[in-house]
Design a protein around this ligand. Structure first.
Ligand SMILES: Cc1cc2nc3c(=O)[nH]c(=O)nc-3n(C[C@H](O)[C@H](O)[C@H](O)COP(=O)(O)OP(=O)(O)OC[C@H]3O[C@@H](n4cnc5c(N)ncnc54)[C@H](O)[C@@H]3O)c2cc1C
Length: 324
């Protein structure tokens, strides 16, 4: 079932859209954006030309219209009923720059790929960015998710974050303002990060290169990185590894339709063909339910699930079978 409201929403924004320079697409397919290659339509997608264009556009949006921002979709599960309202997708031209801005400091646009910051840091002998080499997301996603791996995480490197709120007001947040915790930021949900300044430390280039190679090699051996996936499905609960709990509950390789818990890394969910958002989320809730029954631990989703269920295909937490 397709959404057909995008054009109506576009008309509701009024004639102010004529001055907008970015691209506006009604009923935009989200399966082309997400790594899972699944999910419904965004009612209206906006790709701003630059920050001023983003601000101008946001000022046109009525307050009751939901707005969400996506990066490169490597941590997103979009439901089949699509995303109501506006999805902002930053353009590489306006938000993809990387620049050295002082000793060991790098300014990165929010849609810049994480691995580009590692490469720049290596070129300039700046340590502390090796871990981004293996994370396939954008800087905006990393800022929101506190992305991290191989002993490093975003919160350790952030100096300040520049953002725009849904009314189009600009903000600058300090590291403390970002309220970082494990794979989480407390920054207001309506903020669209536009760029950020990161700081590393002077380090020998050979050491940086060795650390980056280790990250790549580790990933290629233990993760299904060439599959349609969203990375780690669940956060590691305090004192546990999510993958171990999943394995012990017998869910390695578990399949529902075309969605599977990867046999290689069983905390990675993969789309083995034409999986729907429903199949992927149903698989995830099945795993949560089985892990809870087996070990009593409630797994928490790391992947962001967004959008609406298709009518008749609603999924309840733990499949509605949660105990106390
Ligand atoms: C193969 C694979 C391996 C992975 N390995 C790791 C890993 O080792 N460590 C790790 O932490 N993650 C990992 N991930 C998950 C993912 O890459 C990270 O969470 C990444 O930071 C998400 O970035 P993104 O651009 O894809 O964000 P998206 O998936 O597009 O969005 C994720 C969240 O960030 C928000 N967001 C995105 N851009 C912005 C912005 N500009 N302003 C405000 N909010 C924004 C979105 O609204 C959403 O809530 C992996 C994923 C895959 C597919």
């Amino acid at each position: 079932m397709k959404q057909v409201n995008g054009q109506k929403l576009l008309e509701a924004l009024g004639s102010g859209v004529d001055a907008i320079r970015g691209r506006i697409t009604p009923d935009a397919p989200m399966d082309r954006v997400t790594w899972f290659r699944a999910g419904g339509l965004a009612e209206l997608m906006f790709q701003p030309h630059d920050t001023d264009d983003l601000v101008a556009f946001l000022k046109l949006v009525p307050k009751e219209v939901p707005i969400m921002v996506v990066g490169v979709g490597s941590n997103l599960l979009v439901r089949d009923g699509g995303i109501p309202g506006i999805v902002i997708r930053l353009s590489a031209k306006g938000f993809g720059d990387l620049e050295l801005v002082g000793e060991n400091r790098i300014k990165a646009g929010a849609i810049c790929p994480d691995k580009n910051i590692s490469a720049m840091a290596l070129d300039h002998g700046i340590g502390g960015f090796y871990f981004y080499y293996g994370i396939p997301g954008s800087i905006g996603g990393a800022l929101r998710m506190n992305a991290g791996a191989n002993g490093g995480e975003t919160s350790e490197r952030v100096v300040e974050v520049h953002a725009v709120d849904r009314k189009g007001n600009k903000h600058v947040l300090s590291n403390a303002d970002m309220g970082y915790a494990y794979r989480h930021s407390d920054a207001a949900k309506d903020l669209i990060f536009t760029h950020a300044i990161f700081e590393g430390y002077a380090e020998d280039k050979n050491k940086i290169r060795t650390d980056m190679d280790a990250v790549r090699q580790h990933r290629e051996t233990v993760q299904p990185i060439r599959e349609k996936t969203g990375g780690s499905t669940f956060k590691n609960p305090q004192g546990h590894s999510a993958w171990k709990l999943i394995d012990e509950a017998g869910c390695r390789g578990l399949m529902i339709g075309n969605a599977q818990m990867s046999p290689l890394h069983c905390n990675f969910m993969i789309n083995t063909g034409q999986a729907t958002g429903y199949e992927l989320e149903y698989l995830g809730e099945t795993v949560r339910q089985r892990v809870m029954e087996h070990s009593g631990v409630k797994l928490e989703w790391e992947i962001k699930r967004v959008g609406k269920f298709m009518p008749g295909y609603e999924i309840r937490e733990f499949l509605g079978r949660a105990m106390a």
